[in-house]
Design a binder for this molecule. Sequence first.
Ligand SMILES: [Zn+2]
Ligand SMILES: [Zn+2]
Length: 276
Amino acid sequence: MNIDCHMHTPLCGHASGAPIEYAKFALSKGFDLITFTCHIPMEWEAFGQKGIRMQRDQLDDYIEMVNEAAEAMKPEGLEVLCGIEAEVFPDETQLLPMDEILNEYPWDFVLGSLHAHCYSYIDWLKKRKVKDDHLIADCYFRHLIDGAQSGRYDSMSHPDVIRTYGVVRDFIPEDHEEVIREFLQAVADQDICIEVNTSGLNKGAYQVHPDPLILDWASELGVKLTIGSDSHRPDSIGQHFDWIQPMLIKKGFKDLHYFRGRKRQRIDMPGADLKC
Ligand SMILES: [Zn+2]
Ligand SMILES: [Zn+2]
């Protein structure tokens, strides 16, 4: 069984292709299940508004578009689920309107992302005078630990996205081993997942999120995985899965997970049988 559990829709303003186009592409590549996870609306504009995320009054359109794709694909044998990419943030009061959205709609899957390059987080660090790169990266993982323990999220997405967009100059996982292991342990204790996000491989010289070394530690600690291409256009569904999944097998991961109605489902780790 082949799955991809992270993709967007044009409602966010920086993705192209209707959900049905994503679904058709997924079907043509041999996928059995895909989950849409567009960016959740946030009230405070420091999280980015136009061009980053849909507005709150577009949520019904989002769900309708995904449901239409699901209906059209059912006879073809592709299951289409509707999730959301929610935000992780240290100031809980900023998350109250988001929590309403999480409770109000019947999501299949909730991703937890700390987009450290958003002004919301940059400003949080600045106000607390966190300037040093080492501290910023440690801080980021501490906030991911809080996120994992909050019970809000099913999977912590692109867990080392702190390495991208110039938030810190260099990110060397070994320099943060203690806090990263603490984060992975929190994920294991909560019995949620981390996401293997293959979009990082397209961002310059970066690696898969999380870094292969972090995946070694995750394997050691028995952390469960979801997988996502973070597609912002239909033809990047499943990008790099054909060699990342065999790498995960080598690292000792025997299974992958997806969520339907917020309930975790296990599948055998797929091999390299995709038509990518
Ligand atoms: Zn996006
Ligand atoms: Zn994201």
